[in-house]
Design a protein around this ligand. Structure first.
Ligand code: SAM
Length: 328
């Protein structure tokens, strides 16, 4: 199949980045992400197999996809994930394979992930206070996460980014401590504004990051920086460039005009925007004997449904699905 077509959406944005949710299950119940008693998961028979994922993503890659992030739910809960990582890391055209994790199983998996070609890691860590972590994610996991981070550092993942949800009344008083921790360990810090995705996201205590950015600039003597592969985050860096902090502010400063990503759920649903409900089913075409050309057609047709922008402010109640099922 000769496919010189690029992955363009209806607004001419080039789609180069896919977040692949390999499971919608998670071993934590973070207050802003998943309801405590949630168990309405995708049926296992609907999970894309590794063969299906490989076929679909190799098609994507032939159309111009360059970067894949493995996410979830908690991706390290998917059995044999390093095997899938290995298969994806060698796909022609894929330049970057990364992983988002909550870190609870990182100590066990870091060596195998590294060998499988995962180069970069994002680890979610909202607090350095054990009780607070327990309160946010409903499990006493801070020691495990810190051990996982150490293991990842030893394996040479670079960069390791810490994703911290900046929430009014919950973590806002710990931002400076997290900056100090990341400076000491050589981690990149990314502060994230909570998005009204699902009911938990709407109740998260939104914190506008703009004033936080200005305060940290003065407090730590940081300057504006450009970070290669930094995505939509705005960065402040230390003058020697050793420390970087990104501000992901989809609400206060949306970056939809330069959005280059889509998300694939574990059941083969392609989500075009985190803040909208547009989606297209790719499991059907994959399982009904379609040719590669037909699947590519379904995919390109789906991309044309990508909306211009999210409407988190105008319609904060419209996204009912959870971040864990979309692939955050
Ligand atoms: N389990 C993995 C992890 O913890 O990184 C991957 C999935 S998790 C859904 C990915 C990211 O989404 C996490 O960094 C988390 O903080 C973020 N997230 C979850 N709910 C969010 C919300 N309502 N607004 C903004 N970010 C959210």
């Amino acid at each position: 199949m000769g496919m010189p077509i690029m992955l363009l959406d209806g607004f001419g944005r080039r789609i180069e980045y896919l977040r692949l949710s390999v499971t919608d299950r998670c071993d934590l119940r973070c207050s802003y992400c998943m309801p405590r008693r949630f168990n309405d998961y995708a049926e296992p028979q609907h999970w894309l197999s590794f063969d299906e994922v490989e076929r679909l993503l190799s098609l994507f890659a032939r159309l111009g996809l360059k970067r894949i992030r493995l996410t979830g739910g908690e991706p390290l809960l998917r059995r044999n994930l390093p095997d899938l990582a290995l298969r994806l890391s060698v796909l022609p055209g894929i330049e970057d394979l990364s992983l988002s994790t909550n870190g609870t199983r990182l100590k066990e998996f870091a060596p195998r992930l590294r060998r499988a070609g995962v180069a970069r890691l994002n680890v979610s860590l909202d607090s350095l206070d054990r009780d607070r972590v327990r309160a946010i994610c409903k499990r006493d996991v801070l020691p495990q996460i810190l051990e996982g981070l150490e293991a990842a550092r030893k394996e040479g993942f670079a960069p390791i980014k810490i994703n911290m949800m900046a929430m009014a009344g919950t973590t806002d008083d710990e931002i400076d401590a997290m900056v100090a921790y990341c400076i000491e360990r050589g981690f990149v810090l990314r502060l994230i504004e909570s998005m009204p995705v699902g009911e938990p996201g709407r109740n998260a205590g939104f914190l506008d990051l703009h004033p936080v950015q200005e305060r940290l600039r003065d407090r730590f003597g940081l300057v504006d920086g450009v970070v290669p592969g930094g995505g939509p985050a705005r960065y402040l860096v230390s003058p020697d460039c050793r420390f970087q902090i990104g501000f992901i502010a989809p609400i206060s400063r949306h970056f939809c005009a330069s959005c280059n990503r889509v998300r694939l759920g574990v059941d083969g649903t392609l989500y075009l925007c985190l803040g909208q409900n547009d989606s297209v089913d790719l499991r059907g075409p994959l399982r009904s004997g379609c040719t590669d050309a037909e699947i590519a057609e379904a995919l390109l047709a789906g991309l044309r449904l990508k909306p211009a922008r999210h409407e988190f402010q105008k319609r904060p109640h419209q996204v009912l699905r959870l971040m864990s099922s979309t692939g955050g």
